[in-house]
Design a binder for this molecule. Structure first.
Ligand code: AMP
Length: 198
């Protein structure tokens, strides 16, 4: 069975949001919509979009809001996202929050919860450096990592205030074992009446 849940997972790069996002989405039977994954798949596949965004990703900069929001609207319009989804990496600034609000309210929907994974900056940097060695992502150079964390603090952190005012943010301690963190998230969602699919 699929449980309806419209979720956003947010946190600095290296907070483990990708890993936890997949776990939570599986638990709820909803798709993960990760803009970073969509861009990387397009780069790998050599599509026109991929060519357009390669340098932006390598620099650690943000892809233009309009382009990103259009991609997300297309993805959320697919059948498998009708009952819920977990957004990872979008919205990433206040302008994108506006785009998402407009799209969702047009469907009579809204986000149910925003999961904020709390991880100290030093921990994020050490996890990212490890991932750079393990996965060889071209945007995991030391310079690009620091740049992306700066962008997170400047552009993405403010979206937390916007969602906090709506009372939908759950702050999750992102330090611990993978299972512990998943349990914390599931408990927070449960407290909101968002229950796991059975
Ligand atoms: P991520 O995998 O979420 O860390 O994203 C990797 C890269 O994709 C980012 O550093 C940006 O260049 C780009 N990107 C992902 N999501 C967005 C977004 N919502 N807006 C703009 N650029 C994005």
């Amino acid at each position: 069975m699929t449980a309806s849940a419209r979720l956003l997972i947010v946190g600095p790069q290296g907070s483990g949001k990708g890993t936890q996002g997949v776990r939570i989405a599986e638990t709820f039977g909803i798709p993960v919509v990760s803009t970073g994954d969509i861009f990387r798949a397009n780069i790998k596949g050599g599509t026109e979009l991929g060519t357009q965004v390669t340098e932006i990703l390598d620099r650690g900069d943000l892809v233009p809001d309009e382009l990103t929001s259009e991609i997300v609207r297309d993805r959320l319009s697919q059948d498998d996202a009708a009952n819920g989804f977990l957004l990872d990496g979008y919205p990433r600034n206040v302008a994108q929050v506006g785009h998402l609000d407009e799209f969702l309210s047009g469907r009579g929907e809204a986000l149910d919860a925003v999961l904020l994974l709390d991880v100290p900056r030093a921990e994020s940097i050490s996890r990212l450096s490890l991932r750079a060695i393990e996965q060889g992502r071209s945007d995991d150079t030391e310079e690009a990592i620091a740049h992306r964390l700066d962008i997170y603090e400047r552009e993405t952190a403010p979206i937390i205030d916007v969602y906090s005012e709506r009372g939908i943010v759950d702050r999750i301690d992102g330090v611990g074992s993978l299972d512990e963190i998943t349990e914390r998230i599931v408990a927070a969602l449960d407290a909101r009446g968002l229950h796991v699919a059975v």
